[in-house]
Design a protein around this ligand. Structure first.
Ligand SMILES: NC(=O)c1ccc[n+]([C@@H]2O[C@H](COP(=O)([O-])OP(=O)(O)OC[C@H]3O[C@@H](n4cnc5c(N)ncnc54)[C@H](OP(=O)(O)O)[C@@H]3O)[C@@H](O)[C@H]2O)c1
Length: 210
């Protein structure tokens, strides 16, 4: 779809798209888990933090949009973290913090290293990729909270979305969504007329649950 990050000519829109996923189809190897978490979560986080001071104040409110995935949903019927307590803490927007997200990623990566991750209660499908997207979603909410205190003239709205199953090289060109359709929602979210929308997760131009 899109390449890494796009600043439009008045840099008031940032779109984070980069990802890696080393599992094709039903594979679930965590051999590349560190790369996956580092690229998809920590890479996205660094880009967002680096971009914020560069984003130009913009009358309509500047926008940050991150491409995520439903695989990272906290409370999806399938593929969720089995620890109810951890899920609740990751969902509790009042107390959700960057530290909690980082500690969760560190715990998973430690379990990958010591070989205990299969009993860790992590998502069952594409575990490392799903967790990286769960972290991106949670970080979107943390940042939306932080950015909400900015003065009106410096507003930045941050949201994320799932494009659906897109026909790209990494899906083996499987899926129902063309790359153009997958990008459509990023453009729509970048230009959302309702400026107050921030810290939300979208799919098919509708808000969905994290
Ligand atoms: N395709 C789907 O069905 C689907 C479903 C749900 C969500 N998504 C999300 O949609 C977004 C795009 O997916 P896609 O299918 O278009 O993926 P893709 O074809 O694998 O493209 C990913 C892009 O990320 C770049 N990238 C990877 N690692 C990078 C790094 N360390 N630094 C900079 N760029 C890096 C790649 O660049 P190079 O080509 O140079 O390696 C590539 O251009 C991702 O965030 C993905 O999680 C996709």
């Amino acid at each position: 779809m899109l390449k890494v990050m796009v600043f439009n000519y008045s840099p008031a829109i940032e779109i984070n798209n980069a990802r890696v996923n080393h599992n094709i189809g039903s594979e679930n190897s965590v051999e590349a888990a560190e790369t996956v978490i580092n690229t998809n979560y920590y890479g996205t986080k660094k880009m967002i933090k680096a971009a914020i001071p560069l984003i130009r104040p913009y009358a309509q409110g500047a926008r940050i949009v991150t491409v995520s995935s439903r695989l990272g949903r906290l409370n999806g019927k399938q593929n969720r973290i089995s620890d109810d307590g951890l899920r609740q803490r990751l969902e509790d927007i009042g107390n959700l913090s960057e530290e909690l997200i980082d500690v969760t990623m560190t715990k998973f990566l430690e379990q990958v290293k010591d070989g205990t991750w299969t009993s860790g209660g992590w998502p069952q499908t594409k575990t490392d990729y799903s967790l990286s997207k769960l972290a991106v979603n949670a970080f979107t909410r943390v940042m939306a909270n932080q950015l909400s205190s900015r003065p009106e003239s410096e507003k930045i709205y941050i949201n994320c979305y799932c494009p659906g199953m897109v026909k790209t090289a990494t899906t083996g060109w499987a899926g129902q969504v063309t790359p153009e359709e997958g990008v459509d929602i990023a453009i729509w979210m970048s230009l959302l007329p309702d400026q107050a929308i921030s810290g939300k997760f979208f799919a098919e131009r509708r808000e969905i649950h994290f």
